[in-house]
Each structure stands twice: as structure tokens, then as C-alpha cells.
Write a protein that binds this ligand. Structure first.
Ligand code: BES
Ligand code: ZN
Ligand code: ZN
Length: 498
């Protein structure tokens, strides 16, 4: 999809649709929206006066063949209350407008920003929203209902150079998020650990990033016993994907960010097998890994001044004849022994070795993303990402980035008291919590043991990486959650360093 700055006067724009937004109780319509009202021959004011147009969040008012405009349609999207309005609302407005028009076979339109949004940050948000909204999950449908993507959008109401900057940055970030979504949407027979590694290597090659794929032999040599224990139940061999971004001005002793992502390309649960109902969804258990690959793709283009290493352990979790069994003890790369009480708690096992390896490669600050627990869905539903951090300042940075990126994330506790729950009677640690409750927290506590003294943040995206139903602004399927936030953390880090 093309996105360009549009500078023609509103009334003369020949386009399939002219889109803008109005606030609740904005009656009569004010400011820049009055241009649209004039273009509609006063129809919008009348609709507002009659109560049909209220400005309630994401209300859609479509006027066909406006009498005083060259445009074929005017679409006015409700923006909700002005006092509560922010860029997260603008993101939804732009995305929902695109999907609404796309459903009406519109292939191009102009989006007119309001006065207060005539800046680079808003242009970036709109661009991201449009590209994310245009993405569909119907790759394997031969009869593509949503085939007709929108192919051109003009952004109006901006100072051209500010808009250009926002569009360029927004495109990089949205394309990275969609890259992640593409990987996550693939079924497990088309996204085995080896295939994921190939896709990662191809992305790295195209992006100019260094990439190393460790095969099962190297994984064994490096004594990654926790990753191997999960992989041993499958006929598909595991891979450890390592992608490195090195800034042009790398300084010795500078911090190195390690991004570790869980990539279980299918999670049957192993011998602790999952129920059949809903098991097909466990193809998205590689979303954490795909998130980190998307982040690296964006960073390659945004070129931060900080070194970043992505480490993505990839495996299936299968109940094959050689599968590990409940009660088995495994020795992780870090040397810690783990009693595997439940083979379905496999994510933390592979992340244990991923974290250890990222540290060995020099990471001084760690962030991981994983579809780790059903318990995070109990705690936060499908709304917020669960955020666990060992370092208050680092965690606060991440939460600030989440707000800036328009992604809902919520801090969770990591008190030492929870450590008791993952004590094993025969090994250093066990892979599930004893007693009741706190499943997302005990999982995070397990990871913390491996991060140890290195500042670390864990994102549990089990509830947010997949949309069971479409949103007005996004197709159902993979959401690509956390890509934007993590890119923002790294970019802010970079500008603070300079
Ligand atoms: N991949 C699952 C977590 C998950 C659940 C992701 C629902 C997405 C949606 C993970 O490997 C798992 O099975 N966790 C277990 C842990 C338990 C055995 C301690 C869980 O959450 O039930
Ligand atoms: Zn599992
Ligand atoms: Zn899993």
C-alpha cells in the first residue's frame, strides 16, 4: 500500500473517500471538520443536529456523492470524548476506517488529520494503523473474500516534511509487525523449527543483519539440555536462531540488549498432553520468537546506536517415543538442574537455555517474549500483556514504551515468596509451581533464576498474541503484539545514549 502526503484542497480531491473524525458533543462540527461539512453541502451538521452523528468512539457516518466535493464519499469516524482522546484512539480510528472502506470495495482514500494531529508522531501512528489494518490472514483461502487490499492512501492536513518522516518510520514498524504476524499465522506443518530458521536467515540476509543458526549438533555441543529435552519428543530437530545487529559506532563496554523469544512451533503439551479441543491454536506458540524477529527487522532499518542480539530457541513439543517424561531431570546450559514435573511447561525450559546463551553472547540487559502461560489469561484476559521485571527502572522504561506504542501492558509481581513454589525436592528447581495459583508468576520466577543478576524483563503474551475474532482495526489471527513496544524501548535507549 502506498501512503503519500496529500496537499490538494479538500473540495478538489478526487478520491473514492475522504475520511476524518469528530469528537463526541462536537456539535456543531468545528475546525478542520467544517471543510468536510462544506464539501458535504452541510449534510454533516444536519446529521449531528438530528442526533444521527454523535461522535461516539468508532461510529461510522458515510455520506455518498457529497454535493460540493470531487470525492465519491465522505466518511466521518467517531473519536469519542475530546478530553480522553489520544494517539491510541487515532490508531483505532485510522485502522477501523480502512477496514470499513475495504469492506465496501474502496481501494484508495484520503485521511484528513485534525489540527492537533498535524505532526510527525500522528502521521507515524496513522501509517502504522493503516498498514496493520490492511493485513489479512487468508493466505490459504482460494476464494479470497478480503483479496482487495487498499492500495493507496493520502494523508492530508499535515506539514509535508513532518508527515514524510512519520510515514517513513511508521512503515518500517508496521511492516515489521506484519512480518511477525505472517510467521505466527503459518500452520505448524509450514513453520517447523527448520523452516522458521530459514525464514529468519532470509530476513537477516535481506536486512543486512548477521545471523547464525545452531543445529541440533551445535545445540548438543553447547549442552543446551533444557531445549534438547523438549525437542527429543519430536522427529523435527530444534534450532537456535541468533541474529545480531551491531551499530556503526559500537563502543567497547557499551550495553548490549538481548531479546529472547519462545518459538515452540507446535505445543501438544508432550506427554502431559493437552486436550484436543483448541489444540490447533498451539501453532501460535512461536509468537514470542516471531516477535523478536520482527523487532530485529525494524531495527536493521532504524539503526539504533546500541547492539542488539536476538536469541530464538525453536522446537516442537511432541509426545514421541523418545519424549521426556514427567519427573525427568534435565541439566540446562547454565548448569542448573531442572525437575520436569509437567512437560507442557516447555516454554520456560527452552527460554532457560535461550537466556543463558544470550548472556554468554554478551547481553547486559534481557527482554523475553513468550506465549508462556494460560494463567496470564486468567489474570489479565486477552487485554493486557503481563510484564515481569527484575529491575524497576528498566521495567518502567518498557511500560512507558508500551504506552507510547499504544500497546496495553500491565506490571505483575515477582516477590521472593514465590521462589518457594518452584523448589524441587531432587533438583535445583522444578518447572511448575507447587500449590495453587500464580501460574504466570511462578513461570516468570523460573526464568528469573536464569537471568539472575542481569536486568531482565519478561512479557507473557499468551493472551494477546492471537485474536480469536477480528477487531474493527485488525484481522483475526496473529496480532503482532509487543513488536512496536520493543522497537520503542531500543530506539529510546539509543537516543539516551547519544
Ligand atoms: N503454550 C502454553 C501456554 C499457552 C496457553 C499459550 C494458552 C497460549 C494460550 C504453555 O506451554 C503451557 O502449556 N503452559 C502451561 C503450564 C502449566 C503446565 C504449568 C499452562 O499454562 O497451562
Ligand atoms: Zn506447553
Ligand atoms: Zn507452550
Amino acid at each position: 500500500m502506498q501512503i503519500k502526503v496529500e496537499t490538494r484542497p479538500v473540495r478538489t480531491m478526487e478520491t473514492e473517500a475522504l475520511v476524518s473524525y469528530v469528537f463526541e458533543e462536537e456539535n456543531p462540527i468545528r475546525g478542520r471538520a467544517t471543510e468536510l461539512d462544506q464539501a458535504a453541502g452541510g449534510a454533516l451538521r444536519k446529521l449531528a443536529a438530528s442526533g444521527e452523528l454523535t461522535g461516539k468512539a468508532l461510529e461510522m457516518t458515510l455520506v455518498h456523492y457529497p454535493s460540493a466535493a470531487a470525492a465519491q464519499r465522505i466518511l466521518l469516524v467517531g473519536a469519542g470524548k475530546r478530553e480522553k482522546y489520544n494517539l491510541a484512539d487515532l490508531r483505532k480510528i485510522a485502522g477501523a476506517a480502512l477496514r470499513y472502506l475495504k469492506g465496501r470495495k474502496v481501494s484508495g482514500f484520503v485521511f484528513l488529520a485534525r489540527e492537533d494531529d498535524a505532526n510527525a508522531a500522528a502521521a507515524q501512528v496513522i501509517t502504522e494503523a493503516l498498514l496493520v489494518a490492511n493485513f489479512e490472514s487468508d493466505k490459504y483461502k482460494t476464494d479470497k473474500k478480503n483479496d482487495e487490499d487498499v492500495d493507496a492512501v493520502g494523508l492530508a492536513g499535515f506539514d509535508a516534511s513532518a508527515a514524510e518522516a512519520g510515514i517513513a518510520r511508521g512503515r518500517i514498524i508496521a511492516e515489521a509487525q506484519n512480518f511477525t504476524r505472517e510467521l505466527v499465522n503459518e500452520p505448524s506443518n509450514r513453520m517447523t523449527p527448520r523452516m522458521l530458521a530459514e525464514r529468519a536467515a532470509a530476513m537477516a540476509r535481506e536486512s543486512g543483519l548477521a545471523c547464525e543458526i545452531l543445529d541440533e549438533k551445535r545445540i548438543e555441543e553447547l549442552k543446551m539440555g533444557a531445549l534438547l529435552s523438549v525437542a527429543q519428543g519430536s522427529g523435527e530437530p530444534p534450532r537456535m536462531i541468533v541474529i545480531t545487529y551491531t551499530p556503526p559506532q559500537a563502543r567497547p563496554g557499551a550495553p548490549v540488549i538481548g531479546l529472547v523469544g519462545k518459538a515452540v512451533t507446535f505445543d501438544t503439551g508432550g506427554i502431559s498432553i493437552k486436550p484436543a479441543e483448541g489444540m490447533e491454536k498451539m501453532k501460535y506458540d512461536m509468537a514470542g520468537g516471531a516477535t523478536m524477529l520482527g523487532v530485529m527487522r525494524a531495527l536493521a532499518q532504524l539503526k539504533p546506536a546500541v547492539k542488539v542480539i536476538a536469541v530464538v530457541p525453536a522446537t516442537e513439543n511432541m509426545p514421541g517415543g523418545r519424549a521426556q517424561k514427567p519427573g525427568d531431570v534435565q541439566i540446562s546450559m547454565a548448569g542448573k538442574s531442572i525437575e520436569v514435573i509437567n512437560t507442557d511447561a516447555e516454554g520456560r525450559l527452552i527460554l532457560a537455555d535461550g537466556i543463558a546463551y544470550a548472556k554468554q553472547l554478551g547481553a547486559t540487559h534481557l527482554m523475553d517474549a513468550a506465549t508462556l502461560t494460560g494463567a496470564i489469561v486468567v489474570a489479565l484476559a486477552n487485554v493486557n500483556v503481563g510484564v515481569f521485571g527484575s529491575d524497576a527502572a528498566f521495567t518502567e522504561r518498557l511500560l512507558a514504551s508500551a504506552r507510547a506504542a499504544g500497546e496495553k501492558m500491565w506490571p505483575m509481581p515477582l516477590d521472593d515468596d514465590y521462589r518457594e513454589m518452584i523448589k524441587s525436592s531432587i533438583a535445583d528447581i522444578q518447572n511448575v509451581g507447587s500449590g495453587k495459583g500464580g501460574g504466570a508468576i511462578t513461570a516468570a520466577m523460573f526464568l528469573k533464576e536464569f537471568a539472575d543478576q542481569t536486568p531482565w524483563i519478561h512479557l507473557d503474551i499468551a493472551g494477546t498474541a492471537w485474536l480469536d475474532e477480528a477487531k474493527p482495526w485488525a484481522a483475526k489471527g496473529a496480532s503482532g503484539v509487543a513488536v512496536r513496544t520493543l522497537v520503542d524501548v531500543v530506539m529510546n535507549w539509543s537516543s539516551d545514549q547519544k
